[in-house]
Design a protein around this ligand. Sequence first.
Ligand SMILES: [Zn+2]
Length: 142
Amino acid sequence: MSDTQTCFYCTDEYKGYMKEICKLEVSTVYLNNEQEYLGRCTVVLNDHKTELFQLEEELRGKYMRDVARVAAALKQEFAADKMNYAVYGDIDSHLHFHVVPKHKHSKNWGWPFELTAGEGNEKFLTNEEYQSIIERIVQHLR
Ligand SMILES: [Zn+2]
């Protein structure tokens, strides 16, 4: 099987973990179902690439612009004190940025946010709450 046939993002597997917010120039923005950090999003490159250095300069520039747009939207909408970004990909190697609003005096301030809240500590919302957050974010991205 090719990499894309087993890829978390190229297949529908991701749909159990996040909801699409919108498409940007070269990426798609998703709201993570787990919302311990309110507004947490993932910005996924539309092409299946696994390393930033594999992208031609123009595509990398567009992707960084998309990530920056999302970060600016989240910072404004959720009054974040600082935006955090994470790119790992050991397991799901398709390029994606975790973009996470952080607040002083809140969990993990001064430390990396945790990718998973841990069993029983996850914060899941109702469909209406997810839709409300998606609308709050997308108004900054139009
Ligand atoms: Zn992929």
